[in-house]
Design a binder for this molecule. Structure first.
Ligand code: DGY
Length: 319
């Protein structure tokens, strides 16, 4: 069997595929045009891909051998899972191994946003700091404030635990369904409706999956319900936020600040956001610690080997 690896991962981890397959692995970071993705899949029995590669009905239309697509990432909105399943192609992702690292980044962004860390650094580096003064760069408190979490999956729960246990925050969440009592009490989190979440959060963090149903869940109407002193942090997918509406709210002082790790057209960033001082921007690095990226690559390789029937099947007891 042949497998295609779309982006460079860790060589020693990808090398495990060589034991089972003929491997065609990208040697450098590549922006694959859709036609090139289709061409690679035409020859492949399996593929190891990242969020950069969009794979839907068109890309698999002429891929007769393809049996498995392993996504290196927990979010899989780059895959049309219905189209893959309709062809009997297994799709896998890498949950769990990145939960705590991504929650760390979410909290780092929340704090940088609330306390104006990158804005202060830019100001200092520009030589603007001439004397300590009482009202320089006043921000919002994190400790003791109300943390709102939209999307209470594993990463949302990680952020809730950090907020509740580390910073004494009151935690509100909104989710499709209520968490089991044990998890709620561990996170010290209370389920509320969307309006309450928007109105009461001092710091709102988006951690829900992107889909056509969640596109622009934070739009002008949602932003209008938030406190003007509130911050918004997005570590999930850029398309959850209407970026023009967000830029309007930030420019008009209807929202204090935003921390964004993800963008609707990434790697392009809305120029209106780039121009604002009250936005902290990071380049989609939620899971980017060395250990976690190694764990993600390992899990994706394991998934592909199992899905192509070359190792223990997923769910088999360890030997
Ligand atoms: C994910 O896992 O979905 C991240 O966004 C990419 O690491």
């Amino acid at each position: 069997p042949r497998v295609w690896v779309s982006q460079p991962l860790f060589d020693d981890i990808v090398a495990r595929l060589d034991e089972h397959f003929r491997v065609d692995a990208a040697r450098e970071v590549t922006a694959w045009p859709q036609a090139a993705i289709a061409a690679r899949l035409r020859e492949a029995d399996g593929a190891l891909v990242t969020l950069n590669e969009r794979i839907g009905a068109d890309e698999i239309a002429d891929a007769p051998r393809l049996r498995a697509v392993a996504n290196v990432g927990v979010g899989y909105n780059n895959l049309d899972v219905d189209a893959l399943h309709a062809r009997g192609i297994v799709a896998t992702n890498t949950p769990d191994v990145l939960t705590e690292t991504t929650a760390d980044l979410g909290f780092a962004l929340l704090m940088a946003t609330a306390r104006r860390i990158t804005e202060g650094e830019r100001w200092l580096r520009a030589g603007e700091w001439t004397q300590w003064s009482f009202d320089t760069l006043l921000g919002q408190d994190v400790h003791g404030s109300t943390l709102g979490i939209l999307g209470m999956g594993r990463i949302g729960q990680g952020i809730a635990r950090r907020g509740a246990h580390g910073f004494g925050m009151r935690v509100l969440y909104h989710n499709r369904s209520r968490l089991p009592g044990g998890i709620e009490s561990n996170c010290r989190a209370t389920l509320v409706d969307m309006d309450t979440l928007l109105r009461e959060s001092d710091h709102l963090v988006l951690v829900l999956p992107y889909s056509p149903q969640t596109r622009h869940v934070i739009d002008a109407a949602a932003l209008a319900k938030m406190k003007p002193t509130a911050t918004l942090t997005n570590i999930a997918r850029g398309g959850l936020v209407d970026e023009d509406a967000l830029a309007d709210a930030l420019a008009a002082g209807r929202l204090a600040s935003a921390g964004l790790d993800v963008f609707e057209g990434e790697p392009a960033v809305n120029p209106r956001l780039l121009a604002l001082r009250n936005v902290v921007l990071t380049p989609h690095v939620g899971s980017a610690s060395r250990a976690t990226r190694r764990a993600m690559a390992t899990l994706a390789v394991d998934n592909l080997i199992a899905a192509l029937g070359r190792g223990p099947r997923a769910g088999d007891p360890p030997t």
